[in-house]
Design a protein around this ligand. Sequence first.
Ligand code: C2E
Ligand code: MG
Ligand code: MG
Length: 584
Amino acid sequence: MPKKPTKTRKPKQTAIVRFLGRPAKPAAKLKRREASFRLLFDSNPIPMIVCAARDERVLAVNDAAIQHYGYSRSEFEKLTIRSLQAFDPELPWTGDSGDERAARTWKHVRADGALIDLAIYSRQLVYGDQPAILLALMDITERKRAEAQMTFMAQHDGLTGLPNRNLLRQKMDDILLRTRRSAEQVAVLVLGLDHFKAVNDTLGHGIGDKLLRGVAKRLRSILREGDALARLNSDEFVIVQSGATRPEDAAFLARRLLDVIADPYLLDGHSVVIGASIGIAMSPGDGDESEKLLKNADLALSRAKNDSRGTFSFFEAGMDARAQARRKIETELREAVQSDVLRPYYQPLVDLSSGRITGFEALVRWPHPERGMISPAEFIPVAEETGLINAVGGLMLRRACMDAVQWPDDIRVAVNLSPLQFRVGNLLCLVMDALNQSGLSAKRLELEITETLLLEKSSEVLATLHALRALGVRISMDDFGTGYSSLSYLRSFPFDKIKIDQSFVRDLAANPDAQAIVRSIISLGKGLGVTITAEGVETEAEVNCLRNEGCQEGQGFLFSRARPNAEIMSLLKAQRGYGAALVA
Ligand code: C2E
Ligand code: MG
Ligand code: MG
């Protein structure tokens, strides 16, 4: 017998909740479900709100929501979900066309006015016979803040707060895209601080950091809204000037930037002065994408730094080729140092009254397999830029001492030192080792330094110079007269010798001005009890003039070019006078 179908009762819709689309449940079961929902809802630690689907009115809130938002239950029930929001969401949130469980992030206002970020999970349900939405609200304010902080840190420089290279590139791309459609050009200015390392070395990193912040602040203060500013690396900043119509606009800005940086900074009681150099590349002529413009502006900066610091330079075609040639020199020089092919050549220093050789200056020579002898004027700057100068300088010092110890006892050897060799901090040991290993007496060694070393007037440099002198080593000032304040440097250290730069010796016989300068330097030397040597003596007329003025020593092609050590002994034996006898 077929089974009689049992009569199903239509479930009564009571106050709470039935998920839409679910089959109806018997009343007792429903009651139980409602009770557990209540329990789950009321005591849930996550803030929850039920609101009407139709008008977003708040129908119910749990205790956690009341606590979190700071509204009372009755205040809540007068609100709509939309009125909790800090701003109107652009997207409808109740449509629920997508995945209901996916979180949306909203910004709500709490009763005390504070803004909070929320991840909201929603679910449709029936609440008291009406379609409603259950919202679970997860507070993600802290997470968002941490994320924002992380994003900021990834895009900004921690010290100055300026955008870093990453953000700069994004900003540049935006500016370039915007200006591509107009006739405007974009100028990219890479600004490098001059001798920033000296500030760090002499005044400490704390003051160095403050100086960088000060520079950033001044740069920011003169830029316009559409311009971009970033810190590229330790002492380089980039300014992207939009709206430039001619290179003159960029030059004008560059001049202002140099001026604004040059004023002294008062940092922890120190008055610090720093200069800067600027390289400029203009879009679209020098490149139409950010990386290329930055690279070209950087090349122009190298030119500005090499020419004379404190100026600006525009990028020019050909700079790239020169930079590549420089990189090639660097690689080959590294190999040359490793395979020990650099050699000192020796140029005599001649006593002008007796005509006898008093010593030799060691001048580094690089025999290159393809290019022949490469001039130190070409590779010493590269060695200084790359730090290879320490190896080159150490090598020259050791070899010069080893060679000189074979010469007669009254013949000295002079070795050139780069300012960078003082920064490493082991110069004194290096000199002592070279003397000990060779057995050369300290009084036969002269060290030539240039005025740039004393630019910083750091106490460490002066202490090293005094310690070297205490060993018995003589200290000469090379290229005298070419620096900024040669005279003041003479006061900072008791030099044994001053070498007049060859630019003053040139045309000495025919040039009364040059004669007046040389005369003053010679009388200065006499007053200070310092030997004066004239560099670059090429003619009999020059040597006569120098001798008449009372100059003690000369060096130059008239006497001899620099020669390999193998020729020195025969040169010494052959010397008869300072004239033609010594000419190479
Ligand atoms: P410097 O120390 O002033 O050396 C004198 C330079 O003048 C040498 O050039 C020398 O060859 C050149 N010279 C000498 N007499 C005459 C002359 O009558 N007429 C002309 N026109 N030039 C003359 P060099 O050898 O090319 O060296 C150039 C510079 O490179 C040196 O100038 C020095 O600053 C640097 N240098 C050379 N060797 C070393 C080294 O071992 N270490 C360091 N740090 N620098 C070095
Ligand atoms: Mg020299
Ligand atoms: Mg010189």
